[in-house]
Design a protein around this ligand. Sequence first.
Ligand SMILES: O=C(O)[C@@H](O)C(=O)CO
Ligand SMILES: [Mg+2]
Length: 265
Amino acid sequence: MPRLAANLSMMFTEHAFLDRFGAAAKAGFTGVEYLFPYDFEAHELRERLDQHGLTQVLFNLPPGDWEAGERGLASLPGREGEFREGVERALDYAKALDCPRLHAMAGLLPQGASEATREAHLATYVDNLSHAAEACGRAGRTLLIEPINGRDMPDFLLQRQELAREVIQRVGSPHLRLQFDLYHCQIVQGDLIRTLESQFDVVGHVQLAGVPERHEPDQGEVNFGPVLERLDSLGYDGWVGCEYRPAGDTVDGLGWARAHGVVAK
Ligand SMILES: O=C(O)[C@@H](O)C(=O)CO
Ligand SMILES: [Mg+2]
C-alpha cells in the first residue's frame, strides 16, 4: 500500500501550523507536505520534523502574490527573474528540510487569452522549467508540475495530464516529473486508472481527495481503493499526499486511512 503523507495546509487545521506536525505524527503519519514553508524559518520547521520523526515529502516554490490571486510564476512572461529567485529560495529550504520534491505551480493565463498568448505562456513555462529542473538536478531534488482543475483555479494554464506530459517531454530533463493529483484529474478528465497507467512513467508524486467536496477520500464519487491498488501494482514506491479538507475533525475522519497504517497513537 502506498505511504500516506498528511498535507498540513489542509489537514489538522484545528491546530496552529507548527503544531500540525505533532498532530500528524500522533495520528500515525510518517510524512508531511504543505503548500509553502516561507512564513517560517527553515530551522523552525526542521525542529518540528525532527521532534516528531517526520519526513518532509513536498512543498511548493514561491507562487507570486497569492493574496492578490496569483497561482504560480512558472509560465508568466516578464517574471522570469522572480521565478528564478524563487527556485533558489525553495532549494535553500529543501536542503534544510531534506525535502526531495518541489512543485512549481504553472500560473494563470490572462482571462480570455488568445491562442498566441497561450503559446507565449507555454514557451515561458518550458524555458523556466528547463532552468529550474537543472537547478533541482544539481541539488539532488526533483521538480514537479501539477495539472489543476479550472473550476477551483479558473484560467490555470496546466489542467490536463496530457499537456503536462507534453511539457515534460519538451523540457527533456530527468529531474522534471508529474505531480498526479487524483482529485484534479477526476474533475478535469476522469478515467483515473487508465490515465494513471498512461502517465505512470513520468509520475513523481501523487495526491488525493474526495470529489467534488475535497473532503476525505471515502466521501464522494470516487472509489479510491482500486485506484491505490493499481498504483501499487504499477510499482509506485513514492508517497500519496492526503490533500483534502476534512469534513469535520481531522482525526475523526481518518478511518479510511487505517488500511494504510495511519493509526492514531
Ligand atoms: O492541488 C493543489 O491544490 C496543490 O497540490 C497545489 O500545489 C496548489 O494549490
Ligand atoms: Mg494537489
